[in-house]
Design a protein around this ligand. Structure first.
Ligand code: COA
Length: 169
């Protein structure tokens, strides 16, 4: 299977914040942003694997900035590492200043997707070759995050999480 680069899975979704998508403070509702990120991440995972993909886990979400009604929001998703059947997807969320047009980072998240066949059984995915410094940094830390996610889900014994343990020894 031919390895792919993160740029081959890069997915960008740009959309406005409409009144029906806000909380009582007139900022974007968190669940709406989660859905937008899930959509972008699933397209990135599909572009990398060219298979059916399902969300296995939301590993990390940081809602660092409020996103007011009317804001133009861009969700950018790329595969940050591929394992056997699972892929870590890193998502950066940008908001655009109306007058200057300058984009600033509002939030980020990390999702795990698994490629499956028509019966929902996991299938292998191509490996990922990171290119930029940021892609290499995200790639290198991804195994630690996978182990943490599996330990928290009760799918891995803490003792087997060698990469995680290495952080503390
Ligand atoms: C995700 C799913 C396919 C995993 O199936 P499974 O029987 O647990 O399969 P496995 O144990 O072989 O795991 C498959 C891969 O997922 C990874 N994985 C499973 N749970 C994970 C978690 N919580 N965090 C990170 N990775 C996870 C495994 O490590 C494995 O990765 P690898 O093949 O790259 O090493 C299955 O749980 C599923 O279909 N879940 C529902 C998905 C869904 O409907 N999502 C939308 C929710 S509304």
């Amino acid at each position: 299977m031919q390895a792919r680069t993160p740029s081959e899975s890069k997915t960008i979704l740009t959309d406005l914040v409409l009144p029906s998508e806000t909380n009582p403070l007139n900022n974007l509702f968190g669940g709406e942003l989660l859905a937008r990120m899930d959509r972008a991440a699933s397209i990135a995972a599909r572009r990398h694997s060219r298979r059916i993909v399902v969300t296995a886990s939301v590993n990390h979400v940081a809602f660092n900035k409020m996103i007011p009604l009317g804001t133009v929001v861009t969700v950018e998703a790329k595969v940050s590492r591929a394992f056997k059947s699972s892929m870590e997807i890193y998502i950066d969320v940008w908001i655009e200043d109306r007058e200057s047009g300058i984009c600033s980072k509002a939030n980020e998240a990390i999702y795990t997707f698994v490629a499956v066949d028509e019966q929902g059984t996991p299938v292998p995915v191509p490996q990922l070759i990171p290119e930029t410094d940021q892609e290499k940094e995200r790639f290198n830390a991804a195994l630690r995050r996978k182990q943490l996610s599996l330990v928290l889900a009760g799918k891995m014994k803490p003792n087997d999480a060698t990469e995680l343990k290495a952080l503390f020894t």
